[in-house]
Design a protein around this ligand. Structure first.
Ligand code: DQA
Length: 166
């Protein structure tokens, strides 16, 4: 192959690489900013900043970009889910207590085509009855719960496999 053509193709490939890189948004709901000190017997002692670092390191090894966020506000979570529909290839969502209460979160997930993986640190089915119902599960691509911080890593792998199949 002609050298100039070869270099040109390489440059095009380099530039298009970031476009091909998949992006996952990780959304965390209320009180998850307190992880580490919040009920460690239920949620473990890993902080949210540590979960973010673990998730990013794992995603990087798969060439996936991570945008990691937390809010205590339901409307912000709804805004972020809507945005993810436009800007992300996948969503990992721990809606925390809004999981059990929010039809708005349910409707936001229904409104987007981006796959959403529901994550909970604790096994919500082994806890109080009011945690057994999730407004997220029936509109999620899948659910991971009860594995602590590892659940976020499992969710990255689940989405990576889904996105590869697309
Ligand atoms: C949680 C489980 C929810 O029931 C609870 O309200 C949370 C955290 C979890 O990660 O185990 O805040 O989503």
């Amino acid at each position: 192959m002609n050298m100039a053509l070869y270099r040109g193709l390489q440059a095009i490939y380099r530039e298009s690489e970031p476009l091909m890189r998949k992006k996952i948004i990780v959304l965390n709901g209320p009180n998850l900013n307190l992880l580490g000190s919040r009920e460690p017997e239920t949620y473990g002692s890993t902080t949210l900043a540590e979960i973010e670092a673990m998730t990013k390191a794992h995603a990087q090894s798969l060439e996936i970009e991570i945008d990691f966020r937390q809010t205590n506000i339901e409307g912000t979570l709804v805004d972020w889910i809507q945005d993810a529909g436009e800007t992300a290839d996948g969503v990992i969502l721990n809606a925390a207590a809004y999981t059990h209460t929010s039809i708005a979160v349910h409707d936001a997930i229904s409104a987007i085509k981006t796959p959403v993986v529901e994550v909970h640190l604790s096994n919500i089915f082994a806890r109080e009855e009011y945690r057994h119902h999730s407004f997220v599960s029936d509109v999620a691509a899948g659910v991971i719960c009860g594995f602590g911080a590892t659940g976020y890593i499992l969710a990255v792998d689940a989405l990576a496999a889904m996105l590869q199949r697309k």
